[in-house]
Design a binder for this molecule. Sequence first.
Ligand code: NAP
Length: 277
Amino acid sequence: MISAATGLVVLLGDPVGHSASPSIHNASFRALGLDLVYLACRVDADRLGAATSGLWALGATGANVTIPHKAEALRLSASASDAARALGAANTLVRAETGWHAENTDIDGFLEPLASHTEAVGQGRAVVFGAGGAARAVVYGLLAGMPPVRLDVVARRAEQAEALVADLAPFADRTDLRACTEADAVPEATLVVNATPLGMGDGRAPYRGPFRASQIVYDLVYRPEVTPLLQVAEASGAVTIGGLPMLLGQAAASFRLWTGREMPLGVARDAALATFA
Ligand code: NAP
């Protein structure tokens, strides 16, 4: 029951209508008996400051931030984690003493499903397709959490891949980080990550395979759960990781920051899948 005591968490973005986050978080709040409600609000590009100040004045517990506000949310925050600063983007705001504290939980969300492969990734090569916001979180996460020997960022626009590599080069002290327009390194890679929207209902894939059984293929796209890239990888016997574990992982990390509790992952997963049905 929503009451006068109910706490508020909000998703700020544009668009937000497709988001699974309200279902994931509200189902989790209910399951743990937490007196919180999660709402999704569309905010115009030039109104983020008004929105975050208003939320602060309302006593909100926290917020998620999505496209196009991630960089501006960091700029407007009173403090930020090293990871959010390194990426120049925040996806989570946490109420602190003097203002909003900015975090980026996409990094933890990405790394968590890879945890059992840390050693293999660290001893091998990795290829990341895409050079947008998600690719930045992926590359920073790999460099900080399980630095591969070599990491190729493959994008159709060379300048976008080069900008990512230039920005994250300071964190690549143990990795040969390269910007590429061709996927030549895939056959040699231990880890292949799709951080483009290819496969999101369009039947397309950034790479057509085949893969080796020792390779790990990770697709950030979570709808469909098994993308064309993952179908090819599964057929090759490779290890596959879909985007849903990352979606739940970043949500669980935000949930922990707001509530100090572990998100009930089974409940959250069922809630996410129900929104995709
Ligand atoms: P973004 O900032 O728009 O970046 C997308 C990247 O993909 C850009 O490098 C873009 O290049 C490239 N790209 C787009 N269409 C392409 C095509 N047809 N061929 C080759 N490259 C193409 O988006 P994002 O925020 O990084 O998100 C990327 C994907 O990751 C989305 O599908 C998103 O849903 C998914 N994602 C999943 C999670 C999760 O929790 N599982 C989290 C974050 C993101 P151009 O700039 O040249 O178009």
